[in-house]
Design a protein around this ligand. Structure first.
Ligand code: 5GP
Ligand code: MG
Length: 187
């Protein structure tokens, strides 16, 4: 009989004012990450991809995923800023940190989660201006029922229903990013 969980995981946690229950355990996340890494290693054999890690949320997924990548590669970190323009209704996005030369490269965007897909759509639009040879997307989590876009997601760690989750890089109001397991909100 096991009296304590492998990594000190708790069944239920409180983050600020909300309650969350454990949803995907670290071992299952690791299995999903390995599957994504295997696909990338196979499909991109012979290429030298540029991995673009989308901060902040994807940092933990990227760290575990990239340790399992066997092909030659470059890694860079980007952030999609969104700020309100001079007119309050106008939202302007900008990709911060994209100093690498994207032109002609095989680019793999590493994201934590794709929900409606609007954030990724914007990233793809910005990147297309930079003439990458091939842009691929790797996301740890995908919410198919929330997806409102049309782009192809090449590598998906796992699909989940429309629940709000935290942990493994994902935050609630800046908290809970460090947790090794993924938790979902208790409504
Ligand atoms: P989208 O533009 O695809 O609707 O949303 C993408 C962004 O919304 C993600 O990068 C993430 O920041 C946030 N997001 C969407 N679903 C969740 C969730 O379940 N938990 C957390 N913590 N963030 C989420
Ligand atoms: Mg994100």
């Amino acid at each position: 009989m096991r009296t304590s969980k492998p990594n000190g995981m708790k069944e239920k946690i409180k983050v600020k004012d909300k309650e969350f229950s454990v949803f995907i355990q670290a071992a299952d996340i690791d299995t999903a990450v390995s599957r994504v890494a295997d696909s990338i290693n196979q499909e991109l054999k012979g290429k030298v991809p540029l991995f673009l890690v989308v901060l902040n949320g994807a940092f933990m997924f990227a760290s575990d995923l990239l340790k399992k990548i066997k092909i030659e590669n470059n890694i860079s970190f980007v952030k999609l800023s969104s700020y309100t323009g001079t007119r309050s209704s106008q939202v302007v996005n900008e990709l911060i940190g994209i100093n690498e030369v994207v032109k002609g490269r095989t680019v793999v965007i590493i994201e934590d989660i794709i929900d409606s897909g609007l954030t990724m759509r914007r990233m793809l639009d910005i990147l297309s201006e930079q003439e990458a040879a091939d842009v691929r997307i790797a996301t740890l989590v995908f919410k198919p029922n929330a997806f409102q876009s049309d782009f192809k997601i090449n590598y998906i760690g796992m699909e989940i229903p429309n629940d709000f989750i935290v942990g493994y890089g994902l935050d609630y109001d800046g908290f809970a990013r460090n947790l090794p397991d993924i938790y979902k909100i208790v409504e």
